[in-house]
Design a protein around this ligand. Structure first.
Ligand code: 2BA
Length: 107
C-alpha cells in the first residue's frame, strides 16, 4: 500500500475530492498553508493499493491546473528591505509525495 500526500490549490480541491470519492478512493482533506506564499492550500491524504497508484496520479493531473500568481513586493526576512518589484510564480498543478505504508489497519 502507498500513501499519497498531495498539496493542491484550494480552488481545485472540491472537484478533485469529488472525483476521487466517485472512484472509491479514500481521501482525507487537510487545510494547509504554503510556506512561500503564506496562502491557504489543501493537503490530501490518500491510502491506495499499489495497483491504483497511477490511476490516482492521473486523476490529480487531470484536475489540478498550474496557475500564475503575482505577489507584491515583500521583505525577505524581518528587518530586510522590500524586493523592489512584483514576482510571478507558477503554483501547481500539484505537489505530490508517494510513501510506502508499512502497516494499515482500521480498528
Ligand atoms: P508555497 O510554499 O506557498 O509555494 C507556492 C509557489 O511559490 C510554488 O509552487 C513555487 O512556484 C513558488 N516557490 C516556492 N518556494 C519558492 C522559493 N523559495 N523561491 C521562489 N519561488 C518559490 P509549487 O512548487 O507548485 O508549490 C505549491 C505548494 O506546494 C507550496 O506552496 C507548498 O505548500 C507545497 N510544496 C511545494 N514543494 C514542497 C516540498 N518540497 N515540501 C513540502 N511542500 C511543498
Amino acid at each position: 500500500m502507498k500513501l499519497i500526500m498531495a498539496v493542491v490549490q484550494d480552488i481545485d480541491s472540491p472537484k478533485l475530492v469529488a472525483e476521487l470519492t466517485r472512484n472509491n478512493i479514500g481521501v482525507t482533506k487537510l487545510s494547509s498553508t504554503g510556506g512561500f506564499l503564506q496562502r491557504g492550500n489543501t493537503t490530501l491524504l490518500m491510502g491506495v493499493e499499489e495497483e491504483r497508484l497511477d490511476e490516482v496520479l492521473k486523476i490529480i493531473e487531470k484536475i489540478c491546473r498550474p496557475r500564475k500568481h503575482v505577489i507584491a513586493p515583500f521583505p525577505a526576512s524581518p528587518g530586510e528591505t522590500m524586493a523592489p518589484y512584483p514576482i510571478e510564480v507558477t503554483v501547481g498543478g500539484a505537489t505530490v509525495f508517494v510513501m510506502n505504508v508499512e502497516r494499515f489497519e482500521k480498528i
